[in-house]
Design a protein around this ligand. Structure first.
Ligand SMILES: Nc1ncnc2c1ncn2[C@@H]1O[C@H](COP(=O)(O)OP(=O)(O)O)[C@@H](O)[C@H]1O
Ligand SMILES: [Mg+2]
Length: 291
């Protein structure tokens, strides 16, 4: 069995490099050879009306968020982890909430921001009043494409909300009810092959966002059965082989977002568990079934 790990050509962050090294190590321990390649557009493309895929692999471990190459590789008949469809659903936070809706998955009340095509256009002033009526204040604003908490904002007045929406109006964004009980803390849960693997509590003193990248502390958590069930169900609905689900810790736990490409270094450190091995074993068992 041979595999390819596909990485973003611009991302040489040490955490990403170490993630690739950990997976390579665990595949190697299972007797599986993997090589790492940059997702530069030449891996798979359209030529003479057909997909031309230059990979000679049984599977691709896809560590990029760009979903087009994942689709092209799948069309060439190679199994991609996670699938292109699942990556697409997770990449856009509003699409994630949309797909999860009507499935009995608790989530904060969430409104899609209107798309703006003209930098000079202005939103009707009643829009802000309406948003506050539905969501209350403060309101969480999130760009649909973002990570590490960097594109997540908290607006505590109508004026600040208006200014933020004006600033990001040319991007896709959502407005969300602020889950006050969960301010500065949430739970990150890893699910592999539809099964709970481990979870950690993330807490932050100075910020409502508990992302580790923003200084949130991570500690192993005894994840309650209702959160385990919620995360497994979430992963199954989206069709994820591997994910990190962020859970807001309100009276009723709520799905905040789903990361198809979740880092696992902090999780391995906090829990002492071998996440990379669990993912490598899952991939090998699925690919063996396909052979
Ligand atoms: N509706 C919300 N209420 C309270 N806190 C939130 C809410 N949404 C997000 N957060 C906090 O902000 C963090 C980052 O938001 P998230 O949607 O996970 O974006 P990112 O992809 O940047 O991690 C979450 O881990 C959580 O701590
Ligand atoms: Mg998150």
């Amino acid at each position: 069995m041979k595999g390819t790990i596909l990485v973003n050509p611009y991302d040489s962050h040490p955490v990403q490099t170490r993630k690739v090294a950990r997976m390579t190590e665990e595949f190697s321990a299972l007797g599986v050879e993997v090589e790492t390649t940059a997702n530069d557009g030449f891996v798979a493309y359209v030529e003479d009306g057909r997909v031309r895929c230059r990979l000679n692999s049984d599977f691709v471990l896809y560590f990029d968020k760009e979903r087009i190459a994942a689709s092209l590789i799948e069309r060439a008949g190679i199994r991609v982890f996670n699938s292109a469809a699942a990556i697409e659903i997770c990449d856009d936070k509003m699409l994630t909430h949309t797909v999860l809706a009507n499935n009995g998955i608790p989530m904060p009340t969430t409104v899609a921001g209107p798309l703006c095509y003209n930098q000079d256009a202005k939103l009707d002033s009643r829009y802000i009043e309406h948003a506050i009526e539905i969501l209350g204040l403060p309101i969480v604003v999130k760009e649909c494409y973002g990570s590490f908490g960097e594109q997540v904002y908290l607006c505590d007045t109508a004026q600040k909300l208006g200014a933020k929406l004006e600033e990001i109006k040319m991007k896709r964004y959502l407005l969300q009810h602020f889950e006050k009980q969960s301010s500065g803390r949430d739970m990150r849960v890893i699910v592999i092959g539809g099964k709970f693997v481990c979870g950690m509590l993330r807490t932050s003193d100075g910020d409502f966002r508990s992302n580790a990248a923003l200084g949130g502390r991570c500690e192993r958590a005894d994840v309650p059965a209702d959160i385990v069930a919620l995360c497994e169900k979430t992963a199954r609905i989206i069709g994820l082989d591997y994910c990190g689900v962020d859970i807001l810790l309100s009276d009723t736990p709520k799905v905040c977002e789903v990361n198809s490409n979740a880092m696992f270094e902090m999780m391995e450190r906090a829990t002492g568990l071998n996440v990379a091995q669990a993912y490598a074993k899952h991939i090998v068992s699925i690919v063996q079934q396909l052979k």
